[in-house]
Ligand binder design. Structure first.
Ligand SMILES: Nc1nc2c(ncn2[C@@H]2O[C@H](COP(=O)(O)OP(=O)(O)O)[C@@H](O)[C@H]2O)c(=O)[nH]1
Ligand SMILES: [Mg+2]
Length: 407
């Protein structure tokens, strides 16, 4: 089992023999200090032998470490395995199955708390890595994107047609998918904390993983860092008509995803407001039965139908009985709470009693304040009762019956 990394750098490769080793060395040099980093190369059985090259590189590095340890034992002196804290790992796949799936496979086999994705062909300058990581560490719940389309960013070496296509693709994504907080949503160079993708079900294919994350990781903060994209010097681009078609398909798919999830959210919102209102209505109906019960009991106890009580005694009994019946009706009917364990019920009853008392005091204070500030008595009473009963409903919902306020 591998030791868990702080940062996983994912590099997909297909025929990158001339680039990859040099890139790995430079990346190792640029990594911020103090972060244990794994560099994961995902190779799709490249015909030019990229996978073999990396496998040999790892083997050599390992044997150097082992002979270092042996040497250290022989000289019985201290031995530091690596001053820069990083390891290189290789994920081999049988067939060329596309960039997004390669990156996802890399992420799946990675362990880092933070993930950085980049190309292998030096188009994404390793010098930008520390800038991305620093920004991510500053706001660890955001996604940090290296951007060509904000001030300070640019593209060097692409033919006019490719420049145009890229601009067009970015515009389509921004307007079609309403990504208003980003200028380069099709960047392939970005970093993010692992947790933001944990609940995402990825189902597009092609080139642009970032797009899917932006659409599906709802509400995530985005920060762009400018950089200059430099067209590759060695090896060939795998960009072709198929990649373009996949892109159009992915945008369409994500557009429909956005529409459906909005429909679901609207439905859910409607359901919650209905539930909230129906609970409020039940709570107030229960309150009304409490008032009635209070009145009947007080009358019966003072007018001699049951017995002749002093009116304050009668009223106290009426209040206690009505609070108790309110509590049980609210528990069973309003909040549909079926946990009748004595401990839980007693705790809830105590809380309900406490909140009713607080509600009564709040009502008196408000009434006093309203009347003192010149309001008519009846209007003041209605306002004070309304304010106290609303807060009573909300507080009981949240604290006594442990529900969310909304819904
Ligand atoms: N593993 C894997 N890597 C790929 C695949 N397609 C492209 N890549 C890699 O993805 C990165 C971007 O591809 P590249 O050909 O440079 O595309 P361009 O920069 O858009 O012209 C490079 O590191 C490629 O080696 C694929 O199907 N599988
Ligand atoms: Mg490239």
């Amino acid at each position: 089992m591998f030791e868990k990394a702080d940062l996983s750098v994912i590099i997909p490769t297909y025929n990158e023999y001339e680039n990859i080793l040099q890139l790995v060395e430079i990346i190792k040099d640029k990594l911020p200090d103090g972060l244990f980093t794994e560099i994961i190369i995902v190779d799709d059985n490249s015909p030019d032998g990229t996978g073999r090259l990396i496998a040999n590189y790892i083997e050599n590095a390992l044997s150097k470490v082992c002979s270092g340890i042996q040497h250290a034992h022989e000289n019985s002196s201290n031995f530091a395995i690596n001053t820069r804290e990083s390891i290189v790992r290789l994920v081999r796949r049988e067939n060329k199955s596309g960039l997004i799936s390669a990156i996802l496979q890399g992420i799946k086999s990675s362990t880092g708390k933070y993930i950085l994705v980049m190309d292998a062909d030096f188009s994404h300058p390793p010098e930008t890595i520390p800038l991305l990581i620093n920004e991510l560490l500053r706001d660890p719940n955001s996604i940090v994107v290296a951007s060509r389309y904000i001030r300070g960013g640019s593209i060097r070496g692409w033919p006019y047609k490719r420049l145009l296509l890229s601009r067009l693709a970015a515009k389509i994504a921004i307007h079609g998918l309403k990504l208003c907080n980003i200028r380069d949503p099709i960047s392939g160079f970005f970093a993010f904390p692992r947790h933001i993708i944990e609940n995402i079900r990825f189902d597009t294919y092609g080139y642009k993983l970032l797009l899917e994350i932006l659409v599906k990781a709802q509400g995530v903060r985005v920060k762009e860092i400018p950089y200059t994209f430099i067209d590759r010097k060695s090896g060939e681009s795998k960009f072709d008509n198929r990649v373009m078609l996949d892109y159009v398909h992915a945008v369409w798919h994500l557009y429909r995803y956005g529409r459906e999830s909005k429909l679901v959210t609207a439905e859910e919102e409607k359901r919650r407001s209905v539930l909230f209102l129906s609970k409020a209505a039940r709570f107030y109906s229960v309150g009304a039965t409490g008032l009635l019960l209070n009145y009947i009991v007080s009358m019966m106890l003072t007018k001699g139908i049951i017995s002749n009580f002093w009116y304050l005694q009668a009223s106290t009994i009426g209040i206690i009985l009505s609070i108790t019946s309110n509590f049980f009706l609210n528990k069973i009917w309003t909040f549909e709470d079926r946990n009748f364990s004595p401990r839980n019920t007693l705790k809830q009853y105590g809380m309900f009693l406490g909140l009713s008392t607080v509600g009564g005091v709040v009502q008196l204070i408000l009434l006093y304040l309203f009347v003192q500030s010149g309001f008519q008595y009846t209007a003041s009473l209605v306002l004070a009762v309304a304010a106290a009963s609303v807060s009573n409903f909300l507080l009981n919902k949240k604290w006594t019956f442990r529900e969310k306020i909304w819904g």
